[in-house]
Design a protein around this ligand. Structure first.
Ligand SMILES: [Fe+2]
Length: 501
C-alpha cells in the first residue's frame, strides 16, 4: 500500500539494538521490494527468520492452458464447482497468462499449515463466507465481498468460520447449501509476473501517496492488520512456500508468526467492495471508473450497485465496444447484470481483444427506464491474451459467442414499440411515417436501395464492395459516402493544395 503504518513494538530507530525480555536481541528483517527501491517493511522476530529446515517439493502448480490459438467469447460457470482441498490446494485456475492467473476456490477443509506465496501477490475476492487471516504482520478479519490482498512473501494461515443454517433451514448468509459450500468461496487474482497489486497511481498523490479526492476509496476504507500479531511457541510448524511454480514444504522450529512489531508500506489489507464509491455520470462512464487495483499488465475493477446515467435520453447499458489492447474477464457476484442475459451468480465471461461486445439483444430498450443497477461484479482486464484452462472448458457455454444474435429491438417488429409516438408496425403509411421520424442524416448513411426508406431514393449507384465505402477515391461515386467520410478527405486534399475546403 502507498502509505506508512506500524503495529506492535519496535525500537525508536532502525537497525539498532532491540532486546527481548530475556535480554537476547530480537531479529530484525527488512522486507524489501523492487530490489530495495520499492515499498519496504521492517519487522522484528522473536527468532532468527533464517532458522528453517527440511525443505521438500510437494506438488507442481504449473497451469496447463488449452485452446491457446482459439479466440472466442467464453462463458464459464463456476456455480457448480465442487468443494475440494483447502484455501490453497482447492484453487481451480480458469484463465491466466504470464502476468496473472484467475482461480476460484470452494474449500472443503481448513488449512493445517501456514502458507507463503513466494512468487506473486494474491488478491482474493471473498464471494461467500467469513473468517480470520492470521499473518506475520497481524490479523485480518474478512467476510463476504471483501477483497483480501496479501503481498508476496507474507506468511499466513486462514481459519474459516463454519457456515450455519438459519431458522428456516437454509444458509443464514443466503448462499448455496452448506453441503455444496462448507466454508465459503473466493475468486483469486494472482500475479505471475512478479509485480505488486495496489491502487492505481492516479488515485494517489505523487508527492505523498495520499489517496486523492477523486479516488473511489481512500485510507479510511482499508482495513489494516490488527492484533493479535505474535505467537511465541516452539514446536514443529510446516510452512508451505509457493515458488518456481511448485509448492514446497519447510519446517520451522518455532511459530512462523513470531513478529512482535513492524512498520512500513508493505503489508496485507482488506477492502470491502461495498465501500467502493462508484463514479457516475450524466452519460455512460467508461470502464476505468470502476478500477480498484492494478499490477503490471492488468487491472482489477469493481462493478458496484449505483445510480444510472441521468441524461433524459441516456442509454443505460454499456455501448458496444472493442477493448483493442485488452482481454476482459468478468466474475459475476450478484444482482441483475443489465447488459447480459443468461448470466448466473458465479459466471465468468471472457471477451478477447479484437471482438466487439456490448448489450445483449433487447437489453438496451429494457434498461432505458431504469435509474439504478444492483449489479455486482469483479473484472480483470489484461494487456496480454488470457488463456483458458481445461477447467474453464469443462463448464464453458459454447453458445455464448452467438448470444448477441437475434433481434435487438423486438418491440419494433411486434408493434409494441413506438418511434416518437408513431407505431412502427401496421400500415405502410405508419411505417413510412416512423421511418421519416427517424430519418437519419441522409448524407451520412448508405444502405442498399429500399432497405432504408428514408435514404433509399437518394442512391442510384450501389458500390460493388464494402471497400468502396472505405476507400476515399472510390467513394467519390457513392453519394452518401462522398457526403460523409470522403467529404473530410476532400477537404483535407483541398486544404493541402491551398484551396478553400
Ligand atoms: Fe467490455
Amino acid at each position: 500500500m502507498p502509505f506508512y503504518t506500524k503495529l506492535g513494538s519496535m525500537p525508536r530507530q532502525r537497525h539498532v539494538q532491540f532486546r527481548r525480555p530475556d535480554g537476547a536481541l530480537y531479529s530484525e528483517e527488512v522486507f524489501g521490494t523492487e530490489g530495495f527501491s520499492g515499498p519496504t517493511t521492517t519487522m522484528y522476530h522473536i527468532h532468527p527468520p533464517t532458522q528453517v529446515d527440511g525443505w521438500k517439493t510437494l506438488y507442481s502448480t504449473k497451469v496447463e492452458f488449452v485452446e491457446q490459438h482459439v479466440m472466442r467469447m467464453r462463458h464459464v460457470k463456476t456455480g457448480g464447482q465442487k468443494p475440494a482441498g483447502d484455501w490453497v490446494t482447492g484453487r481451480v485456475v480458469y484463465f491466466g497468462n504470464s502476468d496473472c492467473e484467475m482461480a476460484v476456490c470452494v474449500p472443503r477443509e481448513q488449512m493445517e499449515y501456514h502458507f507463503k506465496n513466494g512468487q506473486g501477490d494474491e488478491c482474493f475476492f471473498v464471494h461467500f463466507g467469513s473468517g480470520v487471516c492470521h499473518t506475520m504482520l497481524g490479523t485480518l478479519r474478512f467476510g463476504p465481498k471483501d477483497y483480501l490482498v496479501i503481498p508476496k512473501g507474507v506468511i499466513y494461515k486462514v481459519i474459516w468460520n463454519e457456515r450455519i443454517n438459519g431458522r428456516d433451514g437454509t444458509p443464514a448468509d443466503g448462499g448455496p447449501p452448506i453441503g455444496d459450500m462448507p466454508y465459503g468461496k473466493f475468486l483469486l487474482i494472482e500475479t505471475t509476473n512478479g509485480s505488486h497489486i495496489g491502487p492505481p497511481p492516479r488515485y494517489v498523490s505523487k508527492m505523498h501517496g495520499q489517496f486523492l479526492e477523486h479516488a473511489p476509496y481512500c485510507e479510511r476504507d482499508l482495513k489494516l492488520p490488527e492484533l493479535p500479531l505474535t505467537w511465541d511457541e516452539r514446536g514443529e510448524f510446516e510452512v508451505r512456500i509457493k515458488a518456481r511454480d511448485c509448492v514446497h514444504s519447510y519446517v520451522y522450529h518455532y511459530h512462523p508468526l513470531d513478529v512482535v512489531g513492524w512498520d512500513g508500506c508493505y503489508y496485507p489489507f482488506v477492502f470491502n467492495i461495498d465501500d467502493f464509491s462508484p463514479i457516475t455520470g450524466k452519460l455512460h462512464m467508461p470502464p476505468p471508473i470502476h478500477q480498484t487495483f492494478e499490477a503490471h499488465n492488468f487491472v482489477i475493477c469493481s462493478f458496484c450497485p449505483r445510480m444510472l446515467d441521468w441524461h433524459p435520453k441516456a442509454i443505460k447499458v454499456p455501448y458496444n465496444h472493442s477493448n483493442l489492447d485488452s482481454d476482459e474477464v468478468l466474475y459475476y457476484v450478484e444482482g441483475n447484470f443489465g447488459s447480459r442475459k443468461g448470466i448466473e451468480v458465479g459466471s465468468m465471461t471472457a471477451h478477447p481483444q479484437g471482438i466487439p461486445h456490448g448489450p445483449h439483444p433487447g437489453t438496451i430498450e429494457a434498461s432505458l427506464s431504469a435509474t439504478y443497477t444492483g449489479e455486482l461484479a469483479v473484472m480483470c482486464d489484461t494487456f496480454r491474451p488470457l488463456l483458458p484452462t481445461r477447467a474453464a472448458l469443462e463448464t464453458d457455454d459454447s453458445r455464448y459467442p452467438a448470444s448477441w444474435q437475434g433481434e435487438h429491438f423486438p418491440g419494433l417488429s411486434s408493434g409494441a414499440m413506438h418511434l416518437n409516438g408513431v407505431s412502427a408496425a401496421g400500415s405502410a403509411a405508419a411505417q413510412a411515417a416512423a421511418a421519416a421520424a427517424h430519418k437519419p442524416e441522409a448524407s451520412n448513411v448508405w444502405a442498399p436501395q429500399g432497405t432504408t426508406p428514408g435514404s433509399a431514393p437518394e442512391h442510384t449507384t450501389k458500390p460493388k464492395t464494402a471497400a468502396g465505402i472505405r476507400d476515399g477515391r472510390k467513394a467519390a461515386s457513392i453519394p452518401a459516402a462522398r457526403a460523409s467520410g470522403s467529404s473530410k478527405a476532400t477537404s483535407r486534399r483541398r486544404a493541402k493544395r491551398g484551396k478553400k475546403p
